[in-house]
Design a protein around this ligand. Structure first.
Ligand code: ATP
Ligand code: MG
Length: 191
């Protein structure tokens, strides 16, 4: 129980974390863009692609959540981060990837596993738009065409072999993320 008598809760999400070399490449792009346009680059270790956001949840559901994630029978896949974009409504610079049936299958299976475990959340779930947030608070007048013109050609491929359950803790310096568990993608790919 917390001080005010509520059961302990955590702000939870499932995500993919890029390998170090790709995170370094994205970090370089984010820092250069923030320097050029303004805004605040994400810290390298925070770069991630959210698969499912669960919001504030009682810690009592963690075992059920682990069971649901373990039931996801998705195969490993490769992602290619090949585009940058700007969302004006939240002034966010993001990196996106080439269409990936493997990613779509993972997100769909995870969503289905959570639904069949009866896991629900109150915060409105945004539509699945796979992205990594590279920088926030870009100036409102940032020219989108100059963002999309930045090349991602030098970035290494992203072999996705596991996904992560993480907790997000709001803080004055921005949300802090802690990984809670990792789930391997083990389904055999049909040839
Ligand atoms: P901050 O909120 O401090 O700006 P953040 O958005 O990264 O940082 P959280 O709000 O805890 O931290 O979100 C954790 C992850 O879940 C992020 O990738 C975020 O984009 C995603 N997320 C948050 N809210 C939703 C939502 N309602 N629907 C879908 N994804 C969400
Ligand atoms: Mg947020």
């Amino acid at each position: 129980m917390t001080e005010n008598g509520d059961a302990a809760t955590r702000r939870l999400f499932f995500a993919l974390w890029p390998p170090a070399e790709l995170a370094a490449g994205l970090d370089a792009i984010a820092s250069a863009a923030a320097q050029r346009f303004g805004g605040k680059a994400s810290r390298r270790e925070k770069l991630h692609l959210t698969l499912a956001f669960l919001g504030e949840q009682s810690v009592a559901i963690l075992p059920a959540l682990h069971d649901a994630a373990r039931r996801v029978a998705a195969a490993p896949f490769d992602l290619v981060v090949d585009r940058l974009g700007l969302w004006r409504h939240n002034r966010l610079l993001w990196a996106g990837c080439a269409p990936s049936p493997g990613l779509d299958a993972l997100a769909a299976q995870l969503g289905a596993a959570l639904a069949s475990a009866g896991i629900t959340w109150t915060e409105r779930q945004r539509a699945f738009k796979p992205h990594l947030t590279l920088a926030r608070k870009l100036p409102a007048a940032t020219p989108a065409a100059e963002i999309t013109a930045i090349s991602c050609a030098g970035l290494p491929a992203w072999p996705c072999t596991r996904f992560v359950l993480a907790a997000s803790q709001p803080s004055a310096a921005g949300s802090l993320y802690s990984p809670l568990a990792e789930f391997p993608l083990t389904a055999v790919v049909a040839k």
